[in-house]
Design a protein around this ligand. Structure first.
Ligand code: M6R
Length: 366
C-alpha cells in the first residue's frame, strides 16, 4: 500500500510530479491557449465581476491560500483576502453578494472551513471549493468547485495536497487573467508552458533527497529552527515550518524575511539553523542581504536556491538547488526540499512520521 516507500508521507512527496500532472490534465490545453475548468466556465461572471475574493482554509490549505493571494493579485488583478476559517466565521465579517469565497480543503471535512462556507452563503456570496476528497462535505456544500485530483493523502502531514492546490489555484488565476486581459498573450502562453514543465522540474527537485538527508543529520537535534522567504515564497516558509513542527516536534517558525529585524533576529546565534528560500527571481538581492545579516550573527544558513546560483552559495552553510521557473510558480518547487528535510529529521528523531502525536488527518470538530 505504501508502494515500496517506508512511509505514506515519503510516497506522497514522491507522487507530486504525477499528482500535479493529474491536476492540470484535461484542463491546461497549451496548444489551444486555453484553460478548461467547468466549475469556473459556468460561473465566470461571478469571478470577473467580484469585488474581491475571500479565501478561507486552515493549516497547510491556508498556506496554499496565501500563495494564491499573490497569484490572483499579480496575474488577474483581483483583490484577495486570506483568512483562517476559524477566525473568519466568528469575527462578524462583512460579506456581500459581490464577494466570491474560495474554500480550500484537502479532506473537505474541516469543521471551521465548512462553517465559514455556510456563513458566506447565508450572506449571499458565491462559494467555490478546492477539495481533494471527492464528494466530501465541503465539495457538496459549495456552489461550484474544482477537485485537485491528487489521489488519497494518508500521511497526516499534507504534502501533495499543497502543491496540487497551488496548481488548481494557478489555473483559476490564469483563466481569470485571460478573461480580464490582465496578462499579455506572451505572458499567458509562457505561464502555460512553464506549468507544463513543473512535474519534470519537481522530479529534478526530488533528486536532492540524499543531500537533504545529510543536512538533516547535522540539524536533527536543534531545538529551534527559523524559515524565511519573501513574496511568493513567504507562505512556503510558513509551510516549511509547519511541516517540521508537526512531524519532528522541533519548534519552528516561518517569517517574511524582512520581518526578521523586527524581532526574530534576536534569536539568532551559532546554534540557530535558518532555512532561507532565495530563488533568483523577485527579491533575490534583498534576501541575500537578509542572509548576510544572519551570517554576521553566526546563524547557520540552509538555502534553497535556483540552479546555477553563485552569490548565496558563497554565504550559506548548505545549499539545495531547484530548477528555474517563473517566479509565481517557484512555490511548487521550493516546497519540495522543505518537505524532505522535515521528513528526514522526523525519521532520525524516531518520530511517527505518518501519524504525529496529538494530530488527526482532518479536524472535524472545532
Ligand atoms: O483537510 P484540510 O485541508 O481542510 O485540512 C487543513 C489542516 O487541518 C491541515 O492542512 C493540517 O494543517 C495538516 N496536518 C498540515 O500538514
Amino acid at each position: 500500500e505504501k508502494g515500496g516507500y517506508d512511509h505514506f508521507m515519503l510516497k506522497e512527496i514522491y507522487e507530486q510530479p504525477r499528482a500535479i500532472l493529474d491536476t492540470y490534465r484535461g484542463r491546461l490545453l497549451a496548444d489551444q491557449k486555453l484553460i478548461k475548468m467547468a466549475g469556473i466556465d459556468e460561473h465566470l461572471d461571478k469571478f470577473v465581476n467580484a469585488n474581491r475574493i475571500i479565501i478561507v482554509a486552515c493549516g497547510t490549505s491556508w498556506h496554499a491560500g496565501l500563495v494564491a493571494e499573490y497569484i490572483f493579485e499579480d496575474l488577474a488583478r483581483i483583490p484577495v483576502e486570506v483568512e483562517y476559517a476559524s477566525e473568519f466565521r466568528y469575527r462578524n465579517p462583512v460579506i456581500t453578494d459581490k464577494d466570491v469565497l474560495i474554500a480550500i480543503s484537502q479532506s473537505g471535512e474541516t469543521a471551521d472551513t465548512l462553517a465559514a462556507i455556510k456563513l458566506a452563503k447565508e450572506n449571499g456570496a458565491f462559494v467555490f471549493g478546492v477539495c481533494n476528497v471527492v464528494g466530501s462535505s465541503i465539495a457538496r456544500e459549495t456552489n461550484a468547485g474544482a477537485y485537485t485530483h491528487a489521489g488519497p493523502e494518508i500521511g497526516v502531514a499534507s504534502t501533495k495536497a499543497f502543491t496540487t492546490q497551488i496548481t488548481v489555484l494557478s489555473l483559476i488565476a490564469l483563466k481569470l487573467a485571460q478573461e480580464k486581459g490582465s496578462l499579455t498573450d506572451e505572458q499567458f502562453t509562457s505561464f502555460l508552458t512553464e506549468l507544463e514543465y513543473i512535474p519534470t522540474k519537481v522530479e529534478v527537485a526530488l533528486q536532492s533527497n540524499d543531500a537533504i538527508e545529510k543536512i538533516a543529520e547535522v540539524y536533527k537535534d536543534s531545538p529551534n529552527c527559523l524559515y524565511l522567504g519573501r513574496g511568493y515564497n513567504f507562505p512556503v516558509a510558513l509551510e516549511g515550518a509547519l511541516k517540521l513542527k508537526e512531524i519532528s516536534y522541533i519548534h519552528a517558525e516561518g517569517y517574511p524575511a524582512a520581518e526578521m529585524k523586527h524581532g526574530p533576529i534576536a534569536l539568532i546565534d551559532e546554534s540557530m539553523p535558518v532555512i532561507v528560500i532565495a530563488t533568483n527571481k523577485g527579491h533575490y538581492e534583498k534576501v541575500v542581504s537578509n542572509i548576510q545579516e544572519i551570517k554576521s550573527r553566526k546563524g547557520k544558513i540552509i538555502a534553497v536556491v535556483t540552479e546555477g546560483d553563485v552569490q548565496v552559495k558563497e554565504l550559506a552553510d548548505h545549499v539545495v538547488e531547484v530548477p528555474e521557473t517563473l517566479e509565481a510558480l517557484t512555490p511548487l518547487l521550493t516546497t519540495i526540499p522543505l518537505q524532505l528535510l522535515s521528513y528526514h529529521i522526523a525519521l532520525m528523531r524516531g518520530c511517527n512520521v505518518d501519524q504525529p502525536r496529538n494530530l488527526a488527518k482532518s479536524v472535524t470538530v472545532e
